[in-house]
Ligand binder design. Structure first.
Ligand SMILES: Cc1cn([C@H]2C[C@H](O)[C@@H](COP(=O)(O)OP(=O)(O)O[C@H]3O[C@H](C)C(=O)[C@H](O)[C@H]3O)O2)c(=O)[nH]c1=O
Length: 181
């Protein structure tokens, strides 16, 4: 199993060991002891699962404010996404910078998204199912968002006309968003 760092502190790609044979494959998608050996020793308390039936569905950019900020361990069980993480930690040297990673059923890559980052993804193929663990429970009172196409972030989502929830169409720009990281 490999952990690959990125330019954002705490944002890592994890490549699990995959055992393939003529039947298909097996992998331990999560192991608290093996992930802890990689420094991923969070106590995850909730598993999330979403299905997006179309390509071009964009969910994000979301985060929860402290003290309910979430670390997320994201993977794709079916289909493929372009996963985007934005550093919204005011004192971070990479504040306002973003990283995009393709997570897919095929590459089986996982993404560890640290607290203090906004997270979103855009599906690349229909019927994409995303599974992710979080280390803090959902708290609507602390749930916040940033507008997906904030010009100050200039995120290239690899799609021009995404399918968005009404909520995701109305998030503020980062400059106007409530952040406490
Ligand atoms: C996130 C969440 C949502 N819900 C309920 C609230 C709504 O009634 C319904 C759909 O929620 P929402 O439209 O916020 O779902 P997504 O747009 O997929 O949001 C997620 O997408 C991006 C990629 C993220 O990183 C977040 O984890 C999460 O915000 O599920 C819950 O009951 N528990 C939860 O943990």
């Amino acid at each position: 199993m490999k952990k690959i760092s990125t330019k954002l502190q705490g944002l890592h790609i994890i490549e699990p060991d995959v055992f393939g044979d003529n039947r298909g494959f097996f992998m331990e998608s999560y192991s608290s002891s093996k992930f802890a050996e990689l420094g991923v020793d969070h106590l995850f308390v909730q598993d999330n699962h979403s299905l997006s039936v179309e390509a071009g569905v964009l969910r994000g950019l979301h985060y929860q404010l402290n003290p309910k900020a979430q670390t997320k361990l994201v993977r794709v069980a079916a289909g493929a996404i372009y996963d985007v993480v934005v550093d919204i930690r005011k004192n971070s040297p990479t504040f306002r910078q973003w990283v995009g990673v393709i997570l897919s059923e095929a590459n089986k890559r996982q993404l560890l998204v640290p607290q203090g980052c906004a997270h979103g993804f855009c599906t690349i193929v229909p019927n994409t199912q995303v599974l992710y663990k979080v280390d803090e429970y959902y708290s609507p009172e602390h749930d916040r968002g940033i507008l997906w196409n904030d010009p100050a972030l200039a995120i290239d989502w690899l799609t021009s006309n995404p399918i968005l929830s009404e909520k995701d169409k109305k998030h503020p720009l980062l400059q106007d968003a409530e952040i406490n990281f």
